[in-house]
Design a protein around this ligand. Structure first.
Ligand code: NCD
Length: 338
């Protein structure tokens, strides 16, 4: 895969060497992500950050990643503050905004919208999530996190046993992660969801065709015992026909410390793309897990910055220049990253 000048729209663009390249660059950039070093390699460059759907982590971490490489971020966060609200097409908006930016990240509720926008853009476009379809940068940071977490227990991604829990129908993070994991060998996927929110059949067919084992279940406790990773997700209520419909599925699977202790093997890693829904009727990942050393959710969010820095460095072709424009950090950082 040639990263330079490329759009990143789907995980289907990646093969294993491409993933390894992203991870290698991420490892190289970690001292910058952790504020041990500062680089100005993208000084003068502008990221157009266009989020037409709610976002905290993806929007802010893409922005931070660009800032940490020395670039500036110009944000458009609401549809009603853009000319799309006046009937402007994606084509026109893309032609215009790509003249103001060196690279664009976009999130939109319509599946395929980011690809449509990219086809008219004069600069590379990264998909920050298009409806229930894909979330490629999330899948890369999840896989990078999985790799690090299981390596600490002497394992690697091949032969992984992963339980994916919750709304597997609408969860784009799960969709992209399943496709990336399918590039590895001998994965056991344990899909835990209500039948109505099962992973769409074409994903399962693809996983089986790639030689992986797929088990479907609608029961949490009896299904998590052999997993290396529990990947918990939120009911994607914004994709349901009504809030009442979504509320039927909230709170069906709740992972907490007592269930973890009773049913999981020691060192089972707990992940979630976040946000977790901490309201009483949902609470799929209880706060009583916060002190559990295997709760990797905040390591995931930290890794998100590193992975997004790697994508920018590769796409804008500055990987070999990062250190040339670097210096040590000159402010207090001791306690921020242990
Ligand atoms: C996810 C998303 O937006 O798809 N969040 C994220 O980007 N980290 C998952 C979610 O919203 O539940």
């Amino acid at each position: 895969m040639n990263f330079v000048g490329s759009h990143i729209l789907s995980v289907s663009q990646f093969d294993r060497p491409a993933i390894e390249r992203v991870f290698e660059v991420a490892d190289q950039l970690e001292p910058y992500a952790k504020r041990q070093r500062v680089t100005r390699v993208l000084e003068g460059a502008i990221l157009g950050s266009m989020f037409f759907e709610p976002s905290t982590r993806t929007r802010v971490s893409f922005g931070c990643a660009f800032n940490l490489l020395g670039g500036e971020v110009r944000e458009t966060t609401e549809m009603k503050s853009t000319s799309i609200a006046k009937g402007e097409s994606f084509f026109d908006t893309a032609r215009v905004l790509s003249g103001y930016s060196d690279v664009i990240v976009m999130r939109h509720e319509i599946e395929g919208s980011v690809a449509e926008f990219a086809s008219a853009s004069r600069v590379p476009v990264l998909n920050g999530g298009d409806g229930a379809n894909e979330h490629p940068s999330q899948a890369l940071l999840d896989l990078y996190t999985i790799r690090k977490e299981v390596a600490a227990h002497g394992k690697n991604i091949d032969n992984l046993r992963i339980a994916l829990i919750g709304d597997l129908k609408y969860g784009r993070a799960v969709h992209s992660l399943c496709r990336l994991l399918s590039l590895y060998n001998n994965i056991e996927f344990i899909l835990i969801s209500p039948p109505e929110l099962a992973l769409p059949a074409h994903y399962i067919d693809g996983m089986r065709a790639a030689g992986h084992r797929v088990i479907e279940s609608s029961e949490l406790q009896s299904s998590i015992g052999k997993a290396d990773i529990l990947y918990v997700t939120r009911t994607q209520e914004e994709r349901f026909p009504s809030p009442e419909e979504a509320s039927k599925y909230k709170g069906l699977f709740r992972l907490n410390q007592s269930i973890y202790t009773e049913y999981c093997e020691p060192n089972t890693v707990i992940m979630h793309p976040l946000p977790r829904d901490s309201r009483g009727n949902a609470n799929e990942l209880d706060n009583d897990l916060n002190e559990n050393p295997n709760l990797a959710i905040f390591r995931q969010t930290d890794n998100g910055v590193t992975i997004r820095m790697a994508l920018f460095a590769l796409i804008l072709d500055v990987v070999n220049d990062v250190d040339k424009y670097a210096r040590d950090v000159n402010w207090y950082t001791d306690k921020r990253f242990k």
